[in-house]
Every structure is written in C-alpha cells, then in structure tokens.
Write a protein that binds this ligand. Structure first.
Ligand code: SAH
Ligand code: CA
Length: 230
C-alpha cells in the first residue's frame, strides 16, 4: 500500500493500518480495495483508515439516508452501505458507471447491501438540482460524502446544505490536496495545480460559512466534516 496519508512517516501510517485498520476491515471491503489496485486509477478510492473514520461518523449520527457524490469503483460506497441499517438508503451519483459496474457492484452484491443503493449515472450538479425540485427531499438526508470534481465542491455545498437536515453532516474529501494547499505554488506539481486553487478557495468558503460548524481532519488526503446549523 502506497503512502496515502499526510502523516510524517510511512512507518507511522503502516503502524496505524496494521494495528487498528486492517484487522477490522470487513472482508469484502478488503477485496474491493485489492481489486482497485489492479485499476489504473485505483488510488482514487478512499484508503481504509478514512473508510473506518467515515463509518464511525455514520454510526455516531445514526445515518439512515445519505448521498454520495463520486463513486468510482465503490469503496466508500460499500463502506457506507455496510455502516447503514438494513433499511438505509444511499443515493450514489457518478458520471461514470463502468468502474462501479465492473469492479464494485459484484462485490457489493455479495456483501448483501445492494438494496440500500440507488446508483445514478449523471453529472452531480443537475441531479442534485433535480432532487431539490421536490420539496420532500429538502432536509431529508442525514449525511453526504463528496469525493468528485473539486471545482464544483462549492456548488455541491449549496445544494447539499438544503438536502441535508439541520444537524446533518456533509463530509468533503481531499481538502488538503496532497498537502499542496500549504505549499508555495512554484513547488506544486503541475498536475495538482488546477484543482488546488479550487480546494484552497473552498476551504476559505467553509471557514467563513456561518450555516455550518466544521472540523478539518488530516486523515488520508484531508477530510472536512461540516455539521449543518441552520
Ligand atoms: N469515493 C470513491 C472515489 C471517487 S473518485 C471511492 O472511494 O472509490 C472521483 C469520481 O468522481 C470518479 O469516479 C468520477 O467519475 C466522478 N466524477 C467526476 N466529476 C463528476 C461530476 N461532475 N459528477 C459526478 N461524478 C463525477
Ligand atoms: Ca478522494
């Protein structure tokens, strides 16, 4: 497993994984993670320590109805489905269906949690707007996880603040963007630059948004937890 963390050393990350994460990672999540390793974009899946952390949040808030933006092969989706109760419901949105259908879905079926998932193949923004056309959807979600196009996070935020209930939680992934948010631009790798500016702007937006409480967590590539206040 490559270094997927902002921690000081690989050894410390390895220690966390081996001590607290791998021994408790559900067998089929492990299988999906291993399957990701064979995919050219496999590193996009959330790492298992982050998965464990998100499962903990889902359980702490008793999440039953959730939204996921950015599924890829489905690691975070399976992790969420396993944490929800039997009658839990996840609306999972991705422009691409291939990675999910080919890699994640067969494993999700075997895990016996497919019934909790409504996979929607669509760009997320118009679909979230479509959800908002029905007033019944407003404030009806307990939790949302956002892990897609970083240039749209602020747009997703406005929609999700209406869809998630007061007291509900929105988690944004990759908010430290490989640590590049705190680097001088001249030291940032070229392929990181485009989304970096959006991530930095988004972090500023969250920091001053009075409608939420936030916590920036340096797990994996940085995760920001938002709790809707009003
Ligand atoms: N959470 C996933 C990783 C998501 S990777 C996991 O744990 O494996 C990011 C995903 O966002 C990709 O699958 C990509 O197809 C999707 N994506 C990118 N732009 C999007 C958009 N505008 N709307 C919906 N999904 C998008
Ligand atoms: Ca991610």
């Amino acid at each position: 497993m490559g270094h997927k963390s902002l921690l000081q050393t690989d050894d410390l990350y390895k220690y966390i994984l081996e001590t607290s994460v791998f021994p408790r990672e559900p067998e089929l999540l492990k299988e999906l993670r291993t399957a990701n390793e064979g995919h050219p974009m496999g590193v996009m899946g959330v790492p298992p320590d982050e998965g464990q952390f998100i499962q903990m949040i889902l359980k702490l808030v008793n999440a039953k109805k959730t939204i996921e933006v950015g599924v890829f092969t489905g690691y975070s989706l399976l992790e969420t489905a396993l944490a929800l109760p039997e009658d839990g419901q996840i609306t999972a949105i991705d422009v691409d269906k291939k990675a999910y259908e080919e890699i994640g879905l067969p494993i999700i079926r075997r895990a016996g949690v497919e019934h909790k998932i409504n996979f929607v193949q669509s760009p997320a923004l118009p679909f979230l707007d479509e959800l908002l056309e029905d007033p019944k959807n407003e404030g009806s979600y307990d939790f949302a996880f956002v892990d897609a196009d970083k240039n749209n996070y602020s747009n997703y935020h406005e929609r999700l603040l209406k869809l998630v209930k007061v007291g509900g939680v929105i988690v944004y992934d990759n908010t430290l963007w490989g640590g590049s948010v705190a680097k001088d631009e001249s030291l940032v790798e070229e392929y990181m630059k485009y989304f970096r500016q959006f991530v930095m702007k988004f972090n500023q937006i969250l920091a001053t948004d009075r409608r939420i409480e936030i916590s920036q967590i340096p797990v994996a590539d940085g995760v920001t937890i938002c709790r809707r206040l009003c």
